[in-house]
Design a protein around this ligand. Structure first.
Ligand code: ARG
Length: 596
């Protein structure tokens, strides 16, 4: 049983449904007035009522309260996909507020409140970057080995906004898992094999330039690819490209050495650009690694009787329940070569052998959902039980991201664009002081803007991209988070950044101070939610609220001019708020700035 005081409080004796249920009702069009429902609806089943009664009657003996008063304070924990057990929470505040509270509950509530509010500051400052992740909420979560595959662009093709989303989402999941003590391997699985390299090889022989390949490989290879694609209409070029790729598959040294240069130079440039994003990988893998291992996979499928040949000569695996081929996956071309999914099968098995992971996560847009479903199904058919521990984290499409150069082709263009736009905004803002490194600051603030815009909603939702909305200085943006962080930081600087010890937090009595304290208390719950459903939005809305509360408190609770003890306590409050804000931002992949 959870003990929390976060349950909606009863009003006029009416009981609100658990938020999850109300939400679903509204969506299903069955909602009545917003947030209201009759008690009979809440006790939607006799089973739930009697559970509460039984818990209440046991608690009533300990608390010396009539069970009726307790029943209302017990609520079911909102349903979530991940949570398979039913559970209840008890709101201490609502027991005490009931009017019939006795000494014990009054005490309990007071204790809960004081204990929490008084100790939270010490806890935040003591735990530093570990505040929240050390919570008892995580004490029963086993430490795991996780493989997270994300970003995974294709060499010589566009780096589209989907790759950017994959990059920041994967990075967030990896950060969160690491913070919670899991062992994480970050893999970038490049599109570095396939017919496009046949074309690219031929194209490079025709239009390539070694100097350009070295200085800006991504741009040059893309140009060559576009150029050769135009030429590929004619049959001769097509044949040359086919030949080139065939030689690659046959391990011809010369063709492979050119291919390897394409790959190596591209990775070098990628590493440099990912660094601007604050992203790194433990492994640059790619489809090319699994060309041979795919043949082993095909052999295994054959041995297990799972591989069927079609009349066209391709190889397929029947995925239907009734084995009537109503659903199947093609795993082999008619010439015996592998496909995207075959290489993914080989990669999954290889990673299991290499890392013996407990969980493996793939981050791509939702257009690949079918692909991953098939992948996991085939692994299962092959007898790999760990297929159940593979997860596809999918996300929606983003419309309308354009840079001054037009449609997005390179990641670097996006980063340059957001930086220059931010720089412009900073220059025109009157409040901007002399900043040591404006370009660097603009980059970090701009990135925060991109990340928050992307993480605000459910990952699976599509959204319309807008530079202006993302870069607003007011409102729920990354710019606002950075601004709040910088302001809190300079407040600390102004007051000597002294180590605060023996602070009398009891003098923080104002509602605006209590709100911040109360909000700080919730950080672990929010981390827990995000760790369960891997959605960053819980942390995002938490940090936005924290920033709003801190901004209000900053206005109403001056440090300067207050009595020393009060000034100290307030400083301590702001320091704690900044610390949690910074921790949360870092998890999201944002580097907090100290001036802007
Ligand atoms: N390179 C692929 C693309 O751009 C994404 C790879 C996703 N990962 C995988 N294991 N299939 O569409």
């Amino acid at each position: 049983m959870d003990y929390s005081s976060s349950r909606p409080r009863p009003e006029n004796g009416t009981i609100h449904p658990a938020p999850g249920r109300a939400e679903r009702r509204r969506k299903a069009g069955r909602g009545r007035r917003k947030g209201r429902s009759r008690p009979s609806e809440w006790c939607h089943s006799m089973a739930a009522c009697s559970f509460r009664r039984s818990i209440a009657s046991q608690l009533s003996k300990v608390l010396d309260l009539p069970p009726e008063n307790l029943i209302k304070a017990i609520s079911a924990v909102p349903v979530s996909k991940k949570r398979h057990v039913a559970d209840f929470q008890l709101s201490i505040a609502s027991i005490a507020e009931d009017g019939s509270s006795n000494c014990l509950t009054e005490n309990l509530q007071l204790q809960a409140q004081k204990l929490a509010e008084r100790t939270v500051l010490q806890q935040v400052l003591k735990d530093g970057s570990e505040y929240g992740v050390k919570s008892e909420l995580f004490s029963t979560v086993p430490r795991q080995k996780a493989v997270i595959e994300f970003s995974s662009p294709n060499i010589a093709k566009k780096f589209h906004i989907g790759h950017l989303r994959s990059t920041i989402i994967g990075n967030f999941i990896a950060n969160l898992k690491v913070a919670l003590g899991h062992e994480v391997t970050r893999i970038n699985y490049l599109g570095d094999w396939g017919m496009q390299f046949g074309l690219l090889g031929v194209g490079f022989q025709l239009f390539g330039n070694r100097e350009k390949l070295k200085s800006s490989p991504l741009q040059h290879l893309f140009e060559v690819y576009v150029e050769i694609n135009k030429a590929a209409e004619d049959e001769d070029t097509k044949k040359l490209a086919k030949d080139f790729f065939r030689r690659m598959e046959e391990h011809d040294e010369q063709t492979l050495s050119l291919w390897k240069q394409f790959r190596d130079f591209s990775i070098e440039e990628y590493i440099r650009i990912y660094e601007r994003l604050g992203v790194h990988f433990d492994e640059y893998s790619g489809e090319s690694f699994y060309q041979e291992k795919s043949q082993e996979v095909l052999k295994m499928l054959e041995d297990k009787g799972l591989l069927q040949k079609t009349t066209k000569g391709t190889g397929i695996v029947d995925l239907s329940e009734k084995k009537d081929l109503s659903s199947f996956s093609t795993v082999m071309r008619s010439d015996g070569t592998s496909l995207y999914i075959t290489r993914d099968l080989a990669a999954a098995i290889d990673r299991m052998n290499k890392y013996s992971w407990d969980t493996m996560i793939y981050v791509t847009d939702k257009s690949q959902s079918n692909h991953f479903q098939h992948l996991f199904q085939i692994l299962k058919l092959m007898g790999y039980d760990w297929a159940e521990r593979c997860q596809h984290v999918s996300f929606g499409l983003v419309q309308g991201m354009k840079t001054r150069r037009g449609e997005v082709i390179f990641l670097e263009d996006v980063l340059n664009e957001v930086r220059s736009r931010m720089l412009q905004n900073m220059a025109s803002a009157k409040t901007t002081k002399e900043i040591e490194d404006p370009v660097e600051t603009a980059e970090k603030v701009g990135l925060a803007a991109l990340i928050i815009q992307d993480f605000r909603g459910l990952l699976s939702s599509d959204y319309q991209f807008s530079w202006d909305r993302a870069l607003q200085s007011r409102g729920d943006t990354g710019v606002f988070l950075q601004y709040t962080h910088a302001r809190l930081h300079s407040l600390e600087q102004m007051h000597g950044n002294e180590q605060l010890t023996d602070v009398n937090v009891a003098c923080l009595q104002e509602p605006d101070a209590i709100s911040v304290l109360q909000h700080l208390l919730r950080y672990d719950e929010v981390l827990y939610r995000s760790s369960q459903d891997l959605q960053p939005k819980h942390i995002v809305s938490y940090l936005l609220t924290l920033s709003h509360l801190a901004a209000v408190a900053h206005k109403t609770l001056p440090v300067k001019g207050s009595a020393p003890q009060l000034a100290q306590a307030r400083l301590c409050l702001f320091q704690a708020a900044r610390s949690v804000l910074a921790n949360g931002m870092k998890l999201l992949g944002i580097t907090p700035v100290t001036q802007m």
